[in-house]
Design a protein around this ligand. Structure first.
Ligand code: ADP
Ligand code: MG
Length: 569
């Protein structure tokens, strides 16, 4: 049989999806593989199909018991001999499963990474033909991934112990460069065939609404009532939020259920099923809900709070529209969310980890929170923001997201961008964004007087422009890498790689929303000053930027920049 026959016979599908066949064929040719495909793309088939064609057993390493159970259940239903060995089984059941496995009963065996360290399991593996080791949710191997699992680091030891090295394949939906490199290096993949399929989910419409407190509730109710019968997930950060939102929707007669880790197992399972089998239109849940859930007709995912990272957001929002139909992903953002997320991250449980790792994880978490906050505040295309973060090339704005659909004006701020550079050069990169903007508009704040800002040549050169617009410009320049922002308590702006900016035809465009065009209007409080909007959230794409600064330094860009443009210094 060939892969297409297997696909038809066991899974009932007529054709492969983007990327699947390539991965399957390369595995069958004996090559290691790393597949980075978005959630719902169909990664499981990419190892299940070859597993049936390889001569021995495929071990699938998977982080979650529920995930293993679901997969094994559907494989068994399809007539495929598969099993899982994990802590949900009793010792007697494990013995039985291992005995059957040793006899070659199963083609596919799912295990948690911890299992690989057990002597009994090692015994079984040493005496069996293991054709492939597949690492599912492989981002767990990386501290840059979203759910780092130290036991994933042991996988390579296990593989090294095997008498014959099996094919190793790894699958994840996280595509950032750091994670990809970690997977390749830590798993010691042998010249793997790396397949990355597009992260763009064209049928998802992304939007961000700025709303706090009761306005969030009003938004949710309004949305659900305007979309009767449409299945949707509402994610909240805390269980408390889940419970109160659930109560409120329930009282309004909306068919709703809820899900979080504080609800007892049986009820939780029942609630999940109510949602999956459309007995409840809406589920209000924490992020404990959804991993491995495959419900195709979810029409909307509303985030009642800002998640802690883009990785989380992309995955959770990505549960909408698995059937390819148009669906909405709406994030309700308030400044309070950032404070709560910071609190949660600060109080994260770091049991059994060494201090170096903890430091690294803290840095990573705060970086990712900034990226997420940047998403909520950006005025440019939301889709491009996501794709850019996941390392995909982006082109023109998508014209299919909340920001693209708002009434905005685009302003050419190339000349102003050069002044930002000049100001940073002139002040030798010693100041943060508020001093830089204040200097450029010629503000007369005490702090500016203190540093003698009015003696700078860039002082007041942009006095006809609002500080808010300069802040938007600075964000844009950070994203492009023209400038960088340091880490730490008092981040300062420094020169990035400005080579592109020196070219005649490079334009720096920013988008401005009119005040009236906030899509969900109401008693919106006026934001007091730009400071509130700009506090910590803009240290975007930090690691990349640091690299770029290094390059700029290497290239010997002098502290004073003199542009050709005659209007400038
Ligand atoms: P991922 O692990 O990438 O998030 P899954 O492997 O869980 O995605 O697959 C998501 C859904 O897509 C499943 O319901 C699966 O049966 C379906 N699917 C996978 N491949 C195909 C295909 N070639 N044709 C149709 N449906 C597919
Ligand atoms: Mg999967």
């Amino acid at each position: 049989m060939n892969p297409s026959d297997i696909l038809k016979k066991y899974f009932g599908y007529d054709s492969f999806r983007n990327g699947q066949e390539e991965i399957i064929k390369s595995i069958l040719s004996g090559k290691d593989a790393l597949a980075i495909m978005p959630t719902g793309a169909g990664k499981s088939l990419c190892y299940q199909v070859p597993a049936l064609l390889l001569s021995g057993i495929t071990l699938v390493i998977s982080p979650l018991i529920s995930l293993m159970q679901d997969q094994v259940k559907s494989l068994n239903e399809a007539g495929i001999h598969a099993a899982f060995i994990n802590s949900s089984l009793t010792e007697a059941q494990i013995t039985k499963a291992l005995n059957l496995a040793a006899k070659g009963t199963y083609k596919i065996i799912y295990v948690a990474p911890e299992r690989l360290e057990s002597n009994r399991f090692m015994d079984f593996a040493l005496n069996s033909e293991i054709s492939m080791v597949t690492v599912d949710e492989a981002h767990c191997i990386s501290q840059w991934g979203q759910d780092f699992r130290p036991s994933y680091l042991k996988i390579i030891e296990f593989i090294n112990h095997l008498p014959v090295r099996p094919v190793v394949s790894a699958f994840t939906a996280t595509a950032t460069k750091e994670v990809k490199t970690d997977i390749e290096c830590i798993l010691k993949l042998n010249r793997p065939n790396v397949v990355v399929t597009g992260f763009d989910r064209e049928n998802l419409y992304y939007s961000v609404e700025h709303a706090a407190g009761r306005r969030k509730d009003a938004f949710v109710i309004d949305y659900i009532e305007k979309h009767p019968g449409e299945s949707g997930i509402i994610y909240c950060t805390t269980r408390k939020n889940v419970d109160s939102l659930y109560e409120m929707l329930f009282k309004r007669g909306i068919p709703v259920t809820s899900y979080h880790a504080g609800i007892d197992n049986n009820t939780r399972k029942k609630n999940q099923d109510d949602f999956i089998y459309d007995r409840a239109q809406v589920v209000v849940a924490t992020n404990a809900f959804g991993m491995g859930i495959d419900k195709s007709n979810v029409r909307f995912v509303i985030h009642y709070n800002m998640p802690q990272s883009m990785e989380n957001y992309y995955q959770e929002a990505g549960r909408a529209g698995r059937d390819g139909e148009n669906s909405q992903c709406i994030l309700l953002f308030s400044a309070q969310d950032v404070i709560i997320d910071k609190f949660l991250l600060d109080n994260k449980n770091f049991e059994e980890m060494d201090t170096e790792d903890i430091e690294l994880i803290k840095q990573r978490d705060s970086y990712r929170l900034q990226v997420m906050e940047g998403y909520c505040k950006t005025t440019s295309c939301l889709r491009n923001y996501i794709l850019e973060y996941f390392g995909e090339k982006t082109f023109s704005p998508c014209d299919n997201c909340g920001n693209c659909h708002r009434d905005y004006t685009e302003a050419d701020m190339t000349a102003e961008a050069k002044w930002v550079i000049n100001c940073i050069a002139e002040t030798r990169g010693r100041y943060g964004r508020n001093i830089v903007t204040g200097t450029l508009v010629g503000a007369s704040r005490a702090r500016l007087r203190e540093i003698g800002a009015d003696t700078y040549r860039s002082y007041g050169v942009l006095s006809d422009i609002s500080e808010k617009d300069i802040q938007i410009l600075i964000d844009q320049m950070l994203r492009k890498g023209y400038i960088v922002q340091t880490n730490g308590e008092y981040p300062v702006l420094q020169m990035g790689d400005i080579s592109a900016l020196k070219q005649e035809d490079t334009r720096v465009l920013i988008r401005k929303f009119g005040d009236k065009e906030i899509p969900f209007s109401g008693s919106r409080k006026k934001v007091r000053s730009t400071d509130a909007l700009t506090s910590a959230g803009y240290r975007l794409f930090e690691s990349l930027r640091r690299l770029r600064t290094a390059i700029a330094k290497e290239a010997g860009i002098p502290p004073y920049i003199i542009f050709n443009d005659k209007t400038l210094i």
